[in-house]
Design a protein around this ligand. Sequence first.
Ligand SMILES: NC(=O)c1ccc[n+]([C@@H]2O[C@H](COP(=O)([O-])OP(=O)(O)OC[C@H]3O[C@@H](n4cnc5c(N)ncnc54)[C@H](OP(=O)(O)O)[C@@H]3O)[C@@H](O)[C@H]2O)c1
Length: 263
Amino acid sequence: MKLGFIGAGEMGGAIIRGLLKSGWPKEDIAASVHSQASAERLCAQYGIGAGTDNMQTAKQADVILIAVKPGVVSQVLAEIQPLGAKTVICMALGWTLEKLQAALPGWPVVRIMPNTPLALGEGVTLFAFGESVSAAERQAAESIFARLGKTIELPEALFDAGTAVSGSGPAFVYAFIDALAQAGVKQGLSDEQSLTLALQTVVGAAKMVEHEHIPPAELAQKVATPGGCTAAGMNVLKTTGMDEALAKTIAATVAKAQEFGKK
Ligand SMILES: NC(=O)c1ccc[n+]([C@@H]2O[C@H](COP(=O)([O-])OP(=O)(O)OC[C@H]3O[C@@H](n4cnc5c(N)ncnc54)[C@H](OP(=O)(O)O)[C@@H]3O)[C@@H](O)[C@H]2O)c1
């Protein structure tokens, strides 16, 4: 399957890195971007074919992946529209199936929300499929992202909530790791020691949640022996409102995603 990326910055680049890492042949990946300098960087960095001609990229692809900023999507879809129907996968925030179908009538359109850990094969991709997508096209689209982590089909009504938790989620987790590490530094650890400890703890704890099949709240209780030092810390975490801060963070992200959807 030949993939044509239109846009290959932060997110498109992460997907390309993940696909190459998973063994996808570089000859079967092409990209078009805005500037010649970015195209040259992509050729040099990944060994893929890259240029600035969106139509050319779309023409040669079996599946077209739209990875430009939301404000550029209509222009790009108008450019490729004369080509005639082929599968288009769009990852732009706020680009609903309805909008995609209006821009590309009759085309099989797929809306996704990936996240950057896809680059390491540890991503999550949310999927919603347009009416014209056949079972084979669905399977083909999902199989690209299944190589890069988990894929989850969601009703579109839940896409903004999913976007907040998994699309934007890595930023919140990075902020948590940073805060945990900085708190360790305040207690005398060096920057390096504290970041190593914080990072490996988050990696290890995430794996425990994944492998133990015990809800995370229950795992937290198991670690926090009543009267012990972890329990003392957990008390402060609860009273200072981590749950509330995260609930507000996700709600603000959802609200912003909804705004993009209305544009
Ligand atoms: N970043 C994330 O974590 C994330 C997560 C989920 C979804 N997304 C979605 O992914 C999309 C891309 O976001 P991003 O963060 O990757 O943006 P980005 O880093 O700014 O990359 C945008 C890419 O689009 C290219 N581009 C701009 N205008 C173009 C045009 N007219 N034709 C072809 N290519 C063009 C840019 O090329 P130049 O380099 O030459 O300017 C660049 O390669 C967005 O719609 C966003 O909603 C992002």
